[in-house]
Every structure is written in structure tokens, then in C-alpha cells.
Design a binder for this molecule. Structure first.
Ligand SMILES: [Zn+2]
Length: 478
């Protein structure tokens, strides 16, 4: 069966018929052989993102960073499925990492870098004048910004002439909340319900045993603790930052960026983007982009949708605003490369459960043909301790060891391409599809789906294109 699939693959790669098939169908994310066995541990433990459950950007100013942890006791579970490693550094034993645990003291943020300091990115401007927060300059934190503001109205012009599929916003970004949209998930490339992606999405590092390390929802109270650990181990990561947090802790963002980590947009108030109007999506992305620019002097060319909640409408808006969507890896059987660290902070699972999920991820990562991208968080003390005490070390001491890289690096994207000010690449981010290029555009979005794929052709690593052919063929064969 494999041989015939391969033979068909080479035949079909050059045929218009296959191209058309692919162009009209979103591909289901699958970073390797769709027939590969996949650890049931990860699959069982990691399905929550397809519902409206998921990590939430709790404002640590008002909650100490662990959200409702104190009120939700983790469900008792069986014995650990893997040997529990000794903790690294001052981190508590894994069995003690549960919601409600005492918070560790936060580390002070060093102010190593002054305005005018040279950027770590070739072609990027030096650090701007020190950021001073003035409430009147910003929307209220953790709420969807007003779409009538002059800023949002100006950013809306970036969508002029771009083909934005006119899907109605989903009810709440969950499959169960909007069955009609969920039934149309493949057509609209909705990741939440079925893992549908487009070629323009970044979903997995191409090289096997390479982990694209990322931390979401900060900068938080405990991010500095994580940064110290990363520095000590010479690990760099991608930080998907929330605008409402950036304006609270600009100095932490500076430490992340100047320390050689990558910075990416993760919206202003961490809502499900498919549930928002076009204007609201523009506001969420625009204000976060502006916050990062004001603090660092650079504008990211990538973004991650909260909860991975993206469809063709959200994609088109992101690309129109110059941001490439980055999600995390998902296996063909819906196992996500999600550490579930956010569930520990939320009191739903224990630290041991989360580590079991992570071991499942490493098991899956050993099976698939590509590398992978993992969802982790730096907003909570618990999630930082799981990373610094356990997961990062487990990957490095694994046999064979995993190579840890920020996502841009693992994708071989030059660091200068990661920011608008230093980017000289004309094809990254991929140009969004203009209205003129679309004939017979309709409300169903079929033509825009095709256009989005067409726009991506030639701008992505050959591996991704080959992979999508493989998936289409295997879907057709089995
Ligand atoms: Zn998030």
C-alpha cells in the first residue's frame, strides 16, 4: 500500500487534477506518516482545545497568576506512567506541582538594556525611548478593543483590496457552540474542529527531533525565572505575547527580545478569533503589534491565534496585516502537542498528568517524520516550573536528544524576516490574495480557500507542499 501511494504521489505531484483537489480542500494537520502509530497518552490527554476549553490569559495583576486554581482541586489520578525525574534547580518535586501550591517569589527583572542599545537582529532599529504606560493611550486591558478608534480604523485599511472570506463569526470559537460552522470546518480551514490548516500556517519544525520551543500568554510574573533558566542552558524560544501583558511588563519583553528569543503576536485580550468580527480581529492584532513596536522598535511578522482558533477569515486578516499564523503540532488522530501545563494552573490536572502528556509528546515526536512545535505557557508559576524543572530537561536528556530551537529558526526563517522593520523577504509573509485575483468570489468561501492556497504556492518549504500532497493522496486511498 505504501509503494502504490508513493508511486501515485510522484505521478500526481505534477497533475493539475491533484492540484485542484488540494486547492479546494484544507489539509488536516499531520506532521508525518498519517498511518504512523501515535501514543494514546497524548491523544487522550490533549483534546481539550477542540472545545471551548483552553488556556486563558488571566490577568496576573489581579489573581496572582493561577486563576481559579485554589477552587478547583485536580482530579486524583493513577500512578505516574513514566519515571519521575528529579527536579532541576529549586523547583519542587513533580508531585507537589498542583494548583493551589504556594507561589514562588518572582525574580526581579534586570534592566540590562537601555534605549538606543543595538538590536540583536540584523537590520532592526536600536531599542526605542523607554516605554511609559499611559492608560489614555491604550484600550482597557483584557477586553476586545473599541473598533471605532482612529487606530483601528487606520489598520482596517490594510484589508483594502484583500479577499477576506465573509464567514459569519462563530458563536464562541468552539465546535459544539456552532455545529453549522463545525460541519463546514474543512471548507473554511478551521483548525479548532478537525485540525484543518493551510500551507501558509506554520505547524511543525521540518527536521526530525527538532522541537520548536514556544511560551504563550506573557510576559508574566514568572517569565524572568524562565528566561534565567533558558540563558543558563543556552536555549532560545519563541514568545507569543499578549498585548495587555506587554504594556504591564515592557522590561520583561525587552529581556526576551534582547536575549535572542523571538517575539510574536498573541492578541490583545486572548479571545477566540473566529468568534470576532473582522474589525475586532484587526483591533486585537493591531494593538498588540503596536505595543510590541512601542517597546522594542520592531513589528512581528508572525502571530499565534489563542486556542489555535483560526479559519480562512482569520488567516486572511492576519496575512493582510503582515503576520503569518503559527500553531502547534497535531497528529492525524487529533493528539495535540500540548503539554496541558495550563490545565495544571487551572486545577484540572496534576503536574504528574502534565508530565505524562509531555512524555507522550516525546513519544509521538520520536515516531513522526518531522520535528514539532509544542504549546507551553509562561504566564503562571506552575507552568514555568514544569518547563524549567522537567520538560526542557527531559527533552535535552532524551535518547536521542531533541534539538531545541525557537520556531523561526527551526523553520530556517532568517531572524531578520521575523520583524517588519528588518525584513527584506518579499515572499514572507506570503502576500494575501487580492480581490482582483479572485473571480466569482462567493459567500461560501470556496474560491477564497483556493486562493489562499494558491497564494502560498512557492513560498513554503518543499517539505510542506510534499506533505500536503501525501495527505491528500492517503485520504483518497484509505
Ligand atoms: Zn494563549
Amino acid at each position: 500500500m505504501k509503494l502504490s501511494a508513493l508511486a501515485l504521489l510522484s505521478l500526481a505531484a505534477g497533475t493539475q487534477a491533484t492540484h485542484e483537489y488540494r486547492a479546494h480542500h484544507a489539509k488536516r494537520q499531520a506532521p508525518g506518516s498519517p498511518n504512523a502509530p501515535v501514543s494514546t497518552i497524548t491523544t487522550a490527554a490533549s483534546t481539550a482545545h477542540s472545545s471551548n476549553a483552553g488556556p486563558s490569559a488571566v490577568n496576573p495583576s489581579s489573581t496572582t497568576g493561577t486563576g481559579s486554581a485554589a477552587t478547583n482541586k485536580p482530579t486524583p489520578t493513577g500512578p505516574p506512567l513514566y519515571p519521575i525525574p528529579p527536579p532541576q534547580g529549586n523547583v519542587p518535586p513533580l508531585s507537589k506541582i498542583t494548583s493551589g501550591m504556594p507561589s514562588v517569589a518572582t525574580q526581579p527583572v534586570p534592566t540590562t538594556y537601555k534605549p538606543g542599545a543595538s538590536a540583536p537582529i540584523e537590520g532592526a532599529p536600536p531599542l526605542p525611548t523607554a516605554f511609559v504606560f499611559r492608560q489614555a493611550d491604550w484600550p482597557p486591558q483584557d477586553t476586545i478593543p473599541d473598533t471605532n478608534s482612529p487606530e483601528v480604523q487606520a489598520w482596517m485599511k490594510e484589508l483594502d483590496g484583500i479577499d477576506i472570506p465573509n464567514y459569519k463569526p462563530t458563536v464562541d470559537g468552539s465546535c459544539g457552540g456552532d455545529p453549522a460552522a463545525a460541519a463546514d470546518a474543512q471548507n473554511r480551514g478551521w483548525w479548532t474542529c478537525g485540525g484543518w490548516t493551510r500551507d501558509t500556517d506554520v505547524t511543525a519544525c521540518p527536521d526530525k527531533y527538532t522541537w520548536g520551543v514556544s511560551f504563550d500568554d506573557g510576559p508574566g510574573f514568572y517569565t524572568q525565572q524562565l528566561l534565567s533558566y533558558l540563558d543558563e542552558k543556552d536555549i532560545k524560544a519563541t514568545f507569543f505575547v499578549v498585548g495587555s501583558r506587554v504594556i504591564e511588563r515592557p522590561n520583561v519583553l525587552i529581556e526576551e527580545y534582547m536575549g535572542g528569543n523571538e517575539i510574536s503576536v498573541h492578541t490583545w485580550s486572548h479571545k477566540h478569533l473566529t468568534s470576532l468580527t473582522n474589525e475586532q480581529i484587526v483591533a486585537e492584532l493591531g494593538w498588540t503589534r503596536k505595543a510590541i513596536k512601542d517597546v522594542l522598535g520592531v513589528t512581528p511578522t508572525t502571530m499565534r491565534p489563542p486556542f489555535g482558533d483560526i479559519d480562512d477569515r482569520v488567516r486572511a486578516i492576519s496575512l493582510a496585516m503582515g503576520m503569518v499564523p503559527v500553531i502547534w503540532t497535531r497528529t492525524p488522530s487529533a493528539g495535540q502537542f500540548d503539554t496541558n501545563d495550563w490545565k495544571v494552573a487551572g486545577g484540572v490536572v496534576t503536574g504528574i498528568d502534565s508530565f505524562n502528556s509531555f512524555q507522550g509528546i516525546l513519544g509521538n515526536a520520536s515516531i513522526i517524520d518531522t520535528g514539532f512545535i509544542v504549546l507551553q505557557h509562561d504566564l503562571y508559576d506552575i507552568t514555568v516550573e514544569l518547563a524549567t524543572g522537567y520538560t526542557l530537561n527531559a527533552a535535552q536528556t532524551h535518547n536521542p536528544p531533541f534539538t531545541l530551537k525557537p520556531i523561526g529558526q527551526c523553520m530556517s526563517i532568517p531572524s531578520s524576516d521575523m520583524y517588519r522593520e528588518s525584513n527584506t523577504n518579499k515572499t514572507f509573509p506570503a502576500k494575501p490574495v487580492s480581490d482582483d485575483a479572485v473571480s466569482g468570489h462567493n459567500a461560501g468561501g470556496g474560491s477564497s480557500s483556493a486562493s489562499l492556497n494558491a497564494a502560498a504556492t512557492g513560498t513554503l518549504p518543499g517539505l510542506a507542499v510534499l506533505l500536503s500532497f501525501t495527505i491528500v493522496l492517503v485520504q483518497a486511498l484509505f
